[in-house]
Write a protein that binds this ligand. Structure first.
Ligand code: AMP
Length: 404
């Protein structure tokens, strides 16, 4: 069956999802899986449409030394065990730089352009590009599409896009890009069905997962975001601090003798809920803990979300709806309740029963703003973009280019 393969590659894992092309614009979910522990203890796991596990296989470290070999093994498995034949691959690419405001069909020129953004996202961009390159080598006729986390935010005004630093740095790429754009775009697409009365209005979407940010949307378009130059700015996250005085970084380097690499490691891996609690980055563990530090970490998380919500409401000139999404936003009944309470000054009133049932509408009838839970689906967004771009370009191959 003709399928779109979606690839989301990190440093030690590759997530993939396959969608069958069911109609002119229809995609049917087939398989979701990942290869973890690349180069250490590789393990391939996947689930089918009914949620049941369809593979759990371990490999020797030397069998899967890197991301390309992980992807090729997963691709062979999809083809041989499930007769899934991708006719195109859509990739999540963290950085599209200042110019890409939509997905793009990958060519050698595009790949060279995307390489330029490696310094802007050194931890993620190389891992995103490596599978594109290896697939292009192995299957040169297979169309590949790059979908960017930054693209949805490219319409921001110059005031939103800037830091107050000397202007030449802006030209060098030091800008507030914003991330989680594929998630926000998916929510914008779902809003007319879930919240038709708010879809064209002033909406704040809170993507609360291990990475966390919020987006101010006006008429379904991003006008501001809590994330900026990197995915470190804004809200506290599982292991990242969110907003921090840059003076702290200078202090750590100059007074504490930390190397830039050590500071980077701390900022990406040791801060946020994990750093504050000293227990875990996982909200489930913190909610279950009786340790006061766990409670403090969650208090901090709620406080900062409320502060940034106020900031984004100011950017929008008011608020019509607030949407929760991603792992924490979709699942934590208690954090949603606490955040909704903090939004009381904006007129938010929670329907506790609807919240316990995970919505989608969780605001009470007398609430001045709509509160919603909308599960995100970045992979479907990538698959839709890939299909649309191929159809537009009339490049969808029928026989040739089939591969794993
Ligand atoms: P994501 O990055 O969107 O996959 O979100 C992952 C995070 O969601 C986990 O680290 C948890 O903190 C959180 N999470 C997942 N399930 C639950 C749950 N049932 N209750 C509270 N938090 C959850």
């Amino acid at each position: 069956m003709d399928s779109i393969l979606v690839v989301n590659a990190g440093s030690s894992s590759v997530k993939f999802e396959a969608f069958a092309i069911a109609g002119s614009a229809d995609l049917k979910f087939q398989v979701r899986g990942q290869m973890d522990g690349i180069g250490r203890q590789p393990r391939l796991r996947a689930r089918g449409p009914d949620g049941s596990q369809i593979v759990d296989r371990r490999f020797e470290a030397q069998q899967i030394p890197d991301v390309p070999s992980a992807l090729h093994t997963a691709g062979d498995w999809l083809r041989e065990q499930h007769e899934i034949h991708p006719v195109a691959v859509g990739h999540r690419v963290v950085h599209g730089g200042p110019n890409y405001d939509r997905p793009v069909l990958v060519t050698a020129e595009v790949l060279a352009e995307l390489e330029k953004y490696v310094p802007l996202a050194p931890l993620h961009q190389p891992n995103n590009l490596a599978p594109i390159r290896s697939i292009a080598e192995r299957f040169p006729t297979l169309p590949q599409v790059a979908c960017f986390d930054t693209a949805f935010h490219r319409g921001h005004s110059p005031v939103t896009d800037h830091y107050a630093i000397p202007e030449p740095y802006y030209a060098q790429g030091v800008r507030r890009y914003g991330f989680h754009g594929l998630s926000y775009e998916y929510i914008a697409q779902r809003l007319p069905a879930v919240a038709p009365e708010c879809a064209e209005g002033r909406v704040v979407v809170a993507h609360l997962g291990n990475g966390a940010s919020m987006c101010a949307m006006l008429g379904g378009r991003s006008i501001d975001s809590t994330m900026g130059f990197t995915a470190l700015e804004g809200l506290p996250m599982g292991t990242r601090p969110g907003q921090i005085d840059p003076g702290v970084i200078l202090f750590l380097i100059e007074q504490r003798g930390m190397s830039p690499a050590a500071v980077q490691d701390m900022l990406y891996s040791e801060c946020g809920l994990k750093g504050l609690s000293g227990i875990s980055n996982d909200v489930r563990e913190l909610e279950a803990s009786s340790n006061p530090r766990a409670a403090f970490a969650l208090d901090y998380f709620v406080h900062r979300i409320a502060l940034h919500a106020g900031m984004l409401a100011a950017a929008l000139g008011g608020l019509d709806a607030f949407v929760f999404t991603a792992g924490i936003g979709e699942n934590s009944v208690s954090l949603r309740a606490r955040i909704a309470e903090k939004l009381g000054w904006l007129g938010a009133r929670l329907d506790a029963a609807a919240n316990a049932a995970h919505g989608p509408r969780i605001s009470a009838p007398d609430s001045r703003i709509g509160l919603f839970v909308i599960p995100t689906n970045e992979e479907l967004m990538i698959a839709q973009h890939t299909l649309a771009l191929l159809r537009d370009a009339s490049t969808l191959p029928r026989q040739q280019g089939k591969s794993s």
